[in-house]
Design a protein around this ligand. Structure first.
Ligand code: AQP
Length: 335
């Protein structure tokens, strides 16, 4: 069986980008006989300033969203990253062999650091090494992520190769190089207010994203107010119309149609006719997820049980890799 690992940061309500870029793919892979591990990456969430009171709530919300979106604990392990201490421990080991220059090239760090100015923390710089540890601990074959994580996945492969080259000479490699699973459509969902920047939890304008928990009214209002253009008709792929490409891609993903079907339906349409169609498709797709989400958030005992069982299963696999890594690096063991 191939193993899959992925996660989302509990830094606020999850949005359509997280769902279409990552979680929807997780659900689809459950049917294919993969062994899945999905975590709420709370250690990553503290790499930017955070409110301790909100972190707990956001972590539970992320886990409940996974379940509501269709991640099935009978087929996938769902856990909280900080509940498996091997993530922090392997990160330190990898820190000590990862060149600073590799991390200095990371686009996400440069973008987020620019926003934080002088207060940027070491954790944000180290974010990709923690992500590498997350993946490598599980010997993951595949990592379903949005396009924005491609560079971090490449770095993870580089770190694994360097570790194996340095510490596993003439022995079995300890770390497996993973492959990124990036969808063609939905891999990069863009902001509703700017078709050239990605939909993101940290955008201060809530109107830039559709949160998975937004009500039907809020979704309709956000889509009504979203940025469009003055061209005639609707089309995909015109570089002068990034908003148009984004909204059509969203419509395709949410309505479950093929691109050809969407093209047939909307070519020649004006924004005034298309926007309600998109809003209806979003509401129809998200309502059942929202219903399940509310039920799960009411049943904390169930949620805790899922996360406890997930953490136990994750810990078993992660501890094994950690002990191989420590052994390869020459740490003394009393066993
Ligand atoms: N706009 C997006 N389009 C497609 N995929 C996306 N992902 C995030 N945004 C989009 C994918 O969701 C998974 C989890 O992302 P994350 O929350 O861990 O980190 P992020 O990429 O930094 O997401 P945000 O929403 O932009 O968070 P903030 O604003 O807190 O930094 C990943 O697989 C990611 O690719």
């Amino acid at each position: 069986k191939q193993r899959i690992l992925s996660g989302v940061q509990p830094t606020g309500s999850l949005h359509l980008g997280n769902y279409l870029g990552a979680i929807k793919q997780w659900v689809a892979r459950q049917e294919d006989g993969y062994e899945n591990f999905f975590c709420a990456v709370d250690l990553h969430a503290i790499t930017v300033p955070h409110d301790p009171k909100k972190l707990k709530q956001d972590t539970m919300m992320a886990a409940a969203t996974y379940l509501a979106a269709g991640v099935d604990p009978a087929k996938s392990k769902i856990f909280v990253q900080s509940h498996v201490s091997a993530h922090s421990e392997l990160t330190w080991l990898l820190n000590c062999m990862t060149p600073m220059s590799w991390l200095e090239r990371m686009i996400q760090y440069k973008e987020k650091a620019r926003k934080q100015g002088e207060n940027v923390g070491v954790g944000l710089f180290d974010y990709p090494v923690l992500m590498a540890a997350d993946i490598l601990l599980y010997q993951a074959d595949l990592v379903p992520v949005g396009e924005d994580q491609r560079q971090h996945l490449e770095l993870t492969r580089d770190i694994a190769r360097r570790f194996n080259d340095q510490y596993c000479k003439r022995k079995r490699p300890v770390l497996k190089e993973p492959t990124a699973l990036i969808l063609k459509d939905g891999a990069r969902v863009m902001s509703l207010q700017d078709g050239t920047s990605k939909m993101s939890k940290s955008d201060p304008n809530d109107g830039s994203r559709i949160n998975l928990t937004d009500s039907a009214d809020v979704i309709a209002r956000k889509i009504k107010k979203c940025k469009t253009d003055a061209f005639d008709g609707l089309e995909w792929g015109n570089p002068e119309r990034p908003e148009c490409t984004n909204l059509l891609t969203l419509y395709q993903a949410l309505s479950g149609q093929t691109r050809e079907e969407v093209e047939k339906e909307v070519t020649g349409m004006r924004w005034g006719a298309f926007k309600p169609l998109l809003a209806d498709a979003a509401v129809a797709h998200l309502s059942p997820i929202q219903l399940r989400y509310e039920e799960i958030m009411q049943d904390k005992a169930y949620l805790h049980q899922v996360l406890r069982e997930g953490a136990e299963a994750a810990d078993e696999v992660a501890s094994q890799t950690l002990s191989w890594a420590k052994d390869a690096m020459g740490f003394c063991s009393l066993k």
